[in-house]
Design a protein around this ligand. Structure first.
Ligand code: HEM
Ligand SMILES: *[C@@H]1O[C@H](CO)[C@@H](O)[C@H](O)[C@H]1NC(C)=O
Length: 332
């Protein structure tokens, strides 16, 4: 390499500029975050998600939902993973998560391998973000990049899951507000709801639409009657019926496609919070658009997941890298 003295000076200057540029960005999530400290990180997570989903396809849905439930409560800080203790009921034991949210062992298995490979480097919050993306890809969705550098929080409070996660009874305004509080637009809310194209729901999450809707109608008139009849078969109006599970998208329950939206077009959204997307011309137009445009939906979904994945993140020297995703450091 033939650098003259002048070349060296210029090079040193350029390096200094780069350093100051990275310094400015040091506290933002970025791509290749583990490039030096744990280059295999994303491969290891993918490998564990693959194994789990091969054994039980339904776990892919849990992983996508886990990232959402992590990010909406105290930001994407792995607080969803912390176990309850005698003195504290954690998020994972709040009704929106317990018993419906599973798959925590997948994160544990990935974390164990990551600790063996690159001790103390990869946060539990990043594992959840990678795993959600991998679950989308393994069920047929489009790959999207996940910037990393999240650090793990030290607090998880059950009641905060109740107050931050939107319930399935929410209408369009309530959903829009709930997402706006997290910095997400109505359009992003509509896109992220498309995750309901995979997975299962307990009957209790929508049975009021079948059996006690309101004083005028026992059955929600916005629900397709044939679909309602089928759901009543699967979800008898009893306490054991309430615990049954049904696919959220019966057409293709484990494929990350656009049929969530085509179901809404024929009044086959499972929750009030799903069907309500058809309640205004503007949001219905988005539903039509997503139903008809596989690639457009997939691209927007990846972008919206990346944005959701930045909610309230801890970076730099905030938080910690938990050794065990279930326990804050110093308590195990
Ligand atoms: C828009 C507001 C949302 C509401 C009201 C909502 C509500 C729910 C409810 C009640 C269930 C069923 C739980 C059960 O009874 O077993 C569910 C399942 C699910 N949700 Fe959402 N959700 C919303 C948004 C999202 C978002 C943004 C994502 C991810 C990006 C997501 C991903 C999922 C997945 C994948 C499942 C299936 C879980 C499984 O099969 O275990 N949801 N959601
Ligand atoms: C469903 O069960 C509830 C409580 O047991 C009861 O009040 C309601 O009338 C039932 N609804 C129908 C439509 O059977």
């Amino acid at each position: 390499m033939a650098f003259g003295r002048r070349g060296e000076v210029l090079l040193a200057f350029a390096v200094a500029l780069c350093l100051s540029a990275t310094k400015l960005e040091a506290y933002e999530l970025h791509m290749g975050y583990y490039g030096k400290t744990c280059p295999q990180a994303e491969f290891i997570v993918l490998d564990e998600v693959k194994k789990a989903v091969a054994g039980d396809a339904g776990l892919a849905a849990d992983l996508v939902r886990m990232h959402f439930h992590d990010c909406f409560v105290r930001g994407c800080d792995g607080s969803i993973l912390i176990d309850s203790t005698p003195n504290n009921m954690a998020e994972k034991d709040a009704p929106p998560n317990n018993p419906s949210l599973e798959g925590f062992e997948i994160i544990d298995n990935a974390k164990k391998r990551l600790e063996a490979e690159c001790k103390g480097m990869v946060s539990c919050a990043d594992i959840v973000a990678f795993a959600a993306r991998d679950a989308v890809v393994l069920t047929g969705g489009l790959f999207y990049e996940v910037p990393a550098g999240r650090r793990d929080g030290r607090v998880s409070i059950a009641n905060e899951a109740l107050t931050n996660l939107p319930p399935p009874s929410f209408d369009l305004n309530q959903l829009t507000q709930s997402f706006a509080q997290k910095g997400l637009s109505q359009d992003e809310m509509i896109i992220l709801s498309g995750a309901h194209t995979i997975g299962q729901s307990h009957c209790s999450s929508f049975s009021s639409r079948l059996y006690n809707f309101n004083s005028a109608f026992s059955q929600d008139p916005s629900l397709d009657p044939a679909y309602a009849a089928q759901l009543k078969q699967e979800c008898p109006n009893t306490s054991s019926g309430a615990n049954q599970e049904v696919p959220m998208d019966p057409k293709s329950p484990s494929t990350f496609d656009t049929s969530y939206y085509s179901n809404l077009l024929v009044n086959r959204g499972l929750f009030t919070s799903d069907q309500t997307l058809m309640s205004t011309p503007a949001t219905a137009a988005k539903v039509w658009q997503n139903a008809a445009d596989w690639l457009g939906f997939q691209k927007k979904f990846g972008q919206a997941m990346r944005k959701m994945g930045k909610i309230g993140v801890l970076t730099g020297s905030e938080g910690e890298i938990r050794c065990n995703c279930r326990v804050v450091n110093g308590f195990n």
